[in-house]
Design a protein around this ligand. Structure first.
Ligand code: TXA
Ligand code: MG
Length: 313
């Protein structure tokens, strides 16, 4: 495919590419997605091939609105309660309708679908213009850092995929993934909405799925989001040969340094996490030390990503 950057004004051009069965990357409020018509077998297959994604790892479907979502999955009363966070960075894994107009490749043999209605304006307009549910995993090669700006997508796929450029993603972390089992809410992936914030709003407890639970997101690999450099976590004093990903106040250091949030704001840190890791991971730097990040609120998702990024491959 020709190198092509599509300006966000040109949403209709991106919609045309998607409707013709080709891939197009687009921005969401979380990270950039690698989009395809979810009902086109070849387009969905191209996602797996382009990302080098194992075929047992199912894809998230993006919907324009509730009307579209209801053609795909069954909403229990509890699911409808969780859907109040839409549009937004929350993904729900719900029972797939037999009649869902979705390629079988999307759900990788499961009888559930992961879906969300994104809040990002460009994503929303693209979904409306395309008029179809879009399968879109994060637009990174499998196992690597998720892209939070168009340049990261272009770099990852060496210009092979057109990108609808919507600037930097607001949240910078993937969506929180929830499912329901026996009327219990289970978090499959910590993400851009903090578990505590959802719990507070719905006045219910959310359980956390363990890595080896039967109910889990099949794509949550121990090693993921990995830069090329090695990562050392919870470091207050980096070694001379390490670049430093700082958080909050730091003393003057000779190391190459990026500060996720000098004021110690977790929302700002989440937004900067993948792009700063990507900037430090310039090929010359071999080791990155990361400051301790508090484990509450969005810190849960940030620490989850850092842990996976630091796991030896
Ligand atoms: O914020 C996001 O969710 C981004 C943007 C582009 O929307 N997408 C994203 O997709 O992070 P991806 O493919 O990188 O992560 C989706 C996760 C994977 O771990 C996958 O295994 C899980 O969702 N998943 C998909 N379908 C599932 C299902 N039916 N049951 C359980 N987990 C599922
Ligand atoms: Mg991903």
């Amino acid at each position: 495919m020709k190198n092509k950057q599509i300006h966000p004004k040109n949403i209709s051009e991106a919609a045309l590419i998607l409707r013709s069965g080709k891939l197009c990357s687009f921005p969401t409020e979380t990270v950039y997605g690698l989009g395809a018509d979810a009902n086109d077998d070849n387009a969905v297959l191209a996602i797996y091939q382009t990302k080098n994604r194992p075929n047992f790892n199912p894809l998230i479907i993006h919907c324009a609105d509730m009307e579209m979502a209801k053609t795909l999955v069954d909403f229990s009363p509890l699911a409808l309660e969780l859907a109040q966070f839409w549009p937004g960075p929350l993904t729900l894994v719900l029972p797939k309708k037999k009649t869902a107009p979705i390629s079988d490749l999307v759900s990788a043999g499961l009888n559930t679908l992961a879906i969300r209605i994104p809040a990002n304006k460009i994503a929303h307009e693209l979904l409306k213009a395309t008029g179809r549910p879009l399968a879109a995993p994060s637009a990174n090669p499998s196992g690597k850092l998720s892209p939070t700006n168009a340049q990261m997508v272009i770099k990852s796929f060496e210009n092979k995929v057109p990108v609808l450029d919507g600037g930097a993603c607001e949240a910078g972390l993937e969506s929180t993934i929830l499912t329901i089992n026996d009327n219990e809410i289970i978090q499959l992936r910590a993400g851009a909405i903090a578990r505590e914030d959802i719990e507070e709003k719905i006045a219910k407890i959310i359980k956390i799925a363990k890595q080896d639970d039967k109910i889990s997101a099949p794509g949550m690999m121990k090693s993921h989001y990995a830069p090329s450099a090695s990562l050392r976590l919870n470091v207050n004093n980096p070694n001379p040969d390490e670049a430093y990903l700082a958080f909050g106040k730091t003393q003057n250091l000779p190391n190459p340094i990026k500060n996720l949030s000098p004021l110690g704001d977790l929302k700002e840190a989440a937004k900067n996490l993948f792009s700063y890791l990507n900037e430090l991971d310039d090929g010359k730097i071999k080791k990155i030390a990361v400051a301790p990040i508090p484990n509450q609120g969005l810190g849960e998702a940030i620490n989850d990503r850092l842990k996976r990024a630091s796991t030896p491959r």
